[in-house]
Design a protein around this ligand. Sequence first.
Ligand code: F6R
Length: 239
Amino acid sequence: MEIRVYRNEKEIGEAAGKIICSLVNEKPDCVLGFATGASPVPVYEYLTEQYNEGKVSFKDITTFNLDEYCELPKNHKNSYYTFMQENLFGKIDVNPEKINFLDGNADEATESKRYARAIEESGGIDIQILGIGRNGHIAFNEPGAEFTDEAWKVTLTQSTIDANSKYFDDIPMPRHAMTMGIGSIMKSKKIILIATGNAKAEAVKNMINGPVTPLCPASILQQHKDVIIMLDEAAANLL
Ligand code: F6R
């Protein structure tokens, strides 16, 4: 694990964004894995800026997102599909046919196989962006869950519901999500995990210095050969 500490979120966005842009410029048809949530937003801002300045084109990339809520239509304002449209995909020249999402309303077993096959047929994820939950989750693989390979349907924990229900002002937050499995995430060629703020410090400490255990799903990243952990000072506070 390579640990890098930055002064603020903007610097993290730029650092992660530069790695992505140089890959896209070298390999225009690369495969990128994206996360939602607050942590990667500065990265998406940097990618949008670079695109607007004509320094990079995303027209040939393929994308896979980590997760999607169940019990929510794809175009609902709180779906992760909508989040990605608003924060990145709607602002750059990505080909809509090459954007891949889990369908939170499909049959679990069929959807899980479809997503794993799609990732494999794309040649595999070159760079996967991750955030980390306050409880150590990555994607929606919550503590205690088995390390499964493929996508699966999870019941969200109270910690995740507490962290995310602020975004749901009209309907109750869904209690289930489809998530890429830990095995699929670990197959990514390179992983960049971003964590900012005090609330993540304990999870970051457990991920880096704790034992590899399903009780802290992110701890499995200790076994990945190319992972960069990008932190601000608050998230690095307990290291
Ligand atoms: C989102 C995802 C989640 C988030 C995590 C951190 O696609 O997979 O694991 O990365 O919950 O969320 P933020 O960045 O909002 O603190």
